[in-house]
Ligand binder design. Structure first.
Ligand code: NCD
Length: 308
C-alpha cells in the first residue's frame, strides 16, 4: 500500500512490509543526504511543524529533513505563542493549518491528540509524540539504527529500561519491532513504571516472550539495551518522581557484567541514566541514533507527500 496521503500516528497499525519499505527509503535518503546535501524533491511543498511540548531532536531533525529536501516549513516551537494557549481545540488548529500547508508534524501533550488532528483534516499528519502515548518516528529511527548496528532486525533480545509507563518511545518500539520475531522483550523498570499491561498482553498475543524485572543486571544480557529517561513532566506527584529518579544509572562498570556485544541506545535527552564514561564505547549508539532521525524523517515526509 502506498504511503501517499497516509498519517503516521502510531506503529501499532504498521506491518512488516510497511516498515521494510520505510527502512529502504530511509537508506536511500541517507545516500541522498551524503551526496547531494540539499535536493529539490519537495521543493514545491510546505510543512507545518507544531510543537506544543519541549523538543530538541524531533523538531530540529524534522526541520533539517524538510530543508534538506528543499521544502519550506512554518513552525510553532512554543505552546505559549500559539492559540492553543487561548483554548483553541486541536481539531480547529488542524483545520486552519490545513489551508496553509501540505503536511502537519505535531507534538502535543494529549494522548491521542495527533489522531484528533488527523481526523479533522485530509492532509497527512505525522505524530511527533502525543503525551504518554506514541512516538512512531522515534521508533522507526530506532529500527533503522538497530538494523545498521546489528546488521538486521530479526530475532533480537531487546531490553527496555527506565520509565516504560510514561515513555512513549518504548511503546512505539515494542509494536514496531514485533513483526521481526524478537527473541525476547525484557521490560526493566520499577514496579510503578512498568510497561502498560495492555501492551505486554498484546506482545504476548503476538507470541513474543516478555519478561518484567526491576533488575538492570537482567537487562544487560540482551543484545539491544534501550535506556530511557524517567518522564518527570508526566508525574502528578513530584515526591513520586523524586523517589523514582535515578532508579537506573548505566556505567562502564555495570556494563562489564553483561553482554559485551550489547548495543546501547537511548532516544535522548538523558538526565543521569547513562554515565558519560559510556559514550566513548564503540557500542554506544545513541548519538548515531539521533543522527539517523534526519534520514528517517526525510523518508517519511517524502513518502506521505507521494514523492518517495
Ligand atoms: C523522547 C520523547 O520526546 O518522547 N525524546 C525524543 O523525541 N528523542 C524521549 C524523552 O523525552 O525522554
Amino acid at each position: 500500500m502506498s504511503f501517499e496521503g497516509r498519517d503516521i500516528l502510531s506503529t501499532e497499525d504498521m506491518n512488516k512490509e510497511d516498515i521494510l519499505e520505510i527502512m529502504a527509503v530511509t537508506a536511500r535518503m541517507e545516500d541522498l543526504f551524503r551526496t547531494q546535501h540539499v535536493s529539490d524533491l519537495l521543493a514545491d511543498k510546505m510543512v507545518a511543524v507544531i510543537f506544543l511540548e519541549p523538543s530538541t531532536r524531533t523538531r530540529l531533525s524534522f526541520e533539517t529533513a524538510i530543508k534538506r529536501l528543499g521544502a519550506k516549513s512554518i513552525t510553532v516551537a512554543d505552546a505559549k505563542t500559539s492559540s492553543a494557549a487561548k483554548g483553541e481545540t486541536l481539531a480547529d488548529t488542524a483545520r486552519t493549518i490545513e489551508g496553509y500547508v501540505d503536511c502537519i508534524v505535531v507534538r502535543q501533550p494529549m494522548l491521542g491528540g495527533a489522531k484528533v488532528m488527523a481526523d479533522a483534516v485530509s492532509i497527512p499528519v505525522i505524530n511527533g509524540g502525543d503525551g504518554p502515548g506514541q512516538h512512531p518516528t522515534q521508533a522507526l529511527l530506532d529500527l533503522y539504527t538497530i538494523q545498521n548496528e546489528k546488521g538486521g532486525l530479526e530475532g533480537h533480545k531487546v531490553a527496555m529500561v527506565g520509565d516504560l509507563k510514561y515513555g512513549r518511545t518504548v511503546h512505539s518500539l515494542s509494536y514496531a519491532l514485533a513483526p521481526f520475531a524478537p527473541e525476547e522483550y525484557i521490560f526493566c523498570a520499577p514496579d510503578a513504571l512498568q510497561m502498560p499491561d495492555q501492551i505486554v498482553a498484546n506482545m504476548k498475543e503476538k507470541g513474543i516472550t516478555c519478561r518484567k524485572t526491576d533488575k538492570i543486571e537482567e537487562a544487560l544480557q540482551a543484545d539491544v539495551l534501550y535506556m530511557t529517561r524517567i518522564q518527570k513532566e508526566r508525574f502528578d506527584d513530584p515526591a513520586e518522581y523524586e523517589r523514582l529518579k535515578g532508579s537506573y544509572i548505566l556505567t562502564r562498570d555495570i556494563l562489564e557484567k553483561g553482554n559485551r556485544e550489547i548495543t546501547i541506545m537511548h532516544p535522548l535527552p538523558r538526565v543521569d541514566e547513562i554515565s558519560t564514561d559510556v559514550d566513548a564505547l564503540p557500542n554506544a549508539a545513541y548519538f548515531r541514533q539521533a543522527h539517523n532521525g534526519v534520514f528517517l524523517r526525510m523518508a517519511l515526509l517524502a513518502m506521505v507527500m507521494g514523492r518517495a
